[in-house]
Write a protein that binds this ligand. Structure first.
Ligand code: T4K
Length: 399
């Protein structure tokens, strides 16, 4: 019955908003016990035992020797860009969260936006190659939605042109490519532990690398430019992680394989629930990639579904499923970059723009249960069944 959908005048299916990005809250008792330890020992920040343990645990998960934990991934990216001495131009995908571009620009490096492979949403190495100039000093790949980027092709490209290769791995801890964990690719990678991330420390980030010299520079810069014995060796900032954040991070990480199982379970349930809904396709990893499933992403083909992505998202929102879209517009179309010299904003980036207009994220993580996944699938089916009426209602409401 069309009237059951809230957008068509029915009562919202969910009484309370169902957010995308509701944090995975780890075992509360263990988290609180660790926070209590920090309070008892009166060691709250500045390389306390919890931060040190978190760094060891993250390095082990990433399969690398060094980890420097920080207050968030944006600052960690800035510190890494500074420590690596990137300058001139860096090639990155436009289809990413704005922080990937901002951190380069903030450090005085020009972000050069590259198109993607629509199948994976990741940087297209062939297009990246065409964007390399004599000013290019690096490539910043992104493992979008936890799907590892084409690391072999990007490594070959970076080697061929003598470029540094880094990854913004904000979405991708726990993912792997051909069995090798994300965190161990390129010269260094950066994780995010923001509350909405799969593994969270309220706010947090980390640089992981096998490069000892780079790790030392990162460590100094994130601590006011001070190295061993607090000797000031470089310009620096304060990017330290607190003990409370590390307490949350450690406990969150202890739970990682269980969280991946929960996410995979939701993913499979969505796959089943949406299998025969025309025009709504769940994005799957490539066979060589194992992913953490922290995002459930569906693509809407308007012609087959009879309803567009925006109308579908508006209808779900009316039913209190507060879905989100990514990254529409791409970074190259955002205010700070759209006015850049044309070479830096090579408009249009057709595949970036096409993918951004088709995708929507659905709720997952340990804040969501199977029954909720089933209801979201039922709502999507209902919306597609009444695509024409939904499209008209959303248009009439001015959404
Ligand atoms: N690189 C990439 C590729 C990234 O995706 C990100 C961040 C970064 C770098 C930078 O990492 P950090 O500096 O943040 O460590 C969110 C997150 O803030 C951001 O971390 C994330 N990526 C980005 C994709 O999304 P917002 O501002 O759009 O969403 P926010 O934080 O308002 O939360 C989204 C939804 O989650 C809310 O509608 C409600 C729910 N929520 C959120 C919080 C914080 C909760 O239910 N509880 C919460 O505590 O950026």
């Amino acid at each position: 019955m069309p009237a059951e959908l809230a957008v068509l005048g029915g009562t919202p299916s969910f009484d309370e908003p169902l957010h995308i990005g509701r944090p995975n809250v780890p075992d509360e008792r263990r988290t609180m016990a660790r926070i209590q330890q920090a309070l008892d020992r009166r060691w709250l920040t500045a390389f306390g035992p919890l931060v040190k343990q978190f760094e060891r645990d993250i390095a082990a998960a990433a399969g690398v020797k060094h980890c420097v934990a920080m207050c968030n991934a944006s600052v960690a990216l800035q510190v890494l860009i500074r420590a690596a001495g990137l300058r001139g131009e860096v090639v990155l995908p436009s289809f990413t969260f704005i922080a990937t571009a901002h951190t380069l620009q903030w450090e005085g490096v020009t972000p050069v936006f590259c198109d993607i492979d629509e199948k994976t949403g990741n940087l297209d190495p062939a297009h990246a190659r065409r964007l390399i100039t004599e000013r290019t000093t690096g490539i910043m790949g992104v493992h979008l939605w936890g799907h590892p980027a084409p690391t072999e092709d990007l490594a070959a490209l970076a080697d061929e042109h003598g470029l540094r290769l880094f990854y913004d791995s904000a979405h991708a801890i726990g993912s792997s490519r051909y069995g090798r964990p994300v965190g161990s690719f390129g010269d260094a990678e950066v994780f995010s532990f923001h509350a909405t991330k799969f593994i969270n420390s309220f706010e947090g980030g980390a640089v992981v690398t096998d490069d000892e010299e780079l790790a030392e520079r990162v460590r100094a810069i994130h601590n006011y430019g001070r190295g061993e014995g607090s000797v000031v060796s470089s310009l620096g900032t304060n990017a330290k992680m607190t003990e409370v954040a590390a307490a949350m991070g450690i406990t969150s990480l202890e739970n990682m394989s269980h969280l991946i199982d929960v996410n995979r379970g939701h993913h499979n349930r969505y796959a089943e629930g949406l299998a025969d809904v025309p025009g709504v396709v769940l994005r799957e990893p490539l066979p060589e990639n194992t992913i953490n499933h922290q995002y459930v992403v569906v693509e809407v083909d308007e012609r087959a579904a009879g309803v567009g992505r925006d109308a579908l998202a508006a209808a779900l929102t009316a039913d209190n499923v507060l879905v989100r879209t990514h990254f529409d517009p791409g970074c190259h179309r955002t205010e700070p970059y759209v006015r850049a010299p044309r070479r830096h904003a090579p408009l249009p980036l057709p595949r970036t723009e096409a993918l951004g207009s088709r995708v929507v994220m659905l709720p997952t993580g340990n804040a969501v249960g199977s029954a909720e996944v089933d209801r979201v699938c039922a709502l999507i089916r209902e919306i597609v069944d009444h695509g024409e009426a939904v499209t008209a209602a959303v248009a009439a409401a001015g959404n």
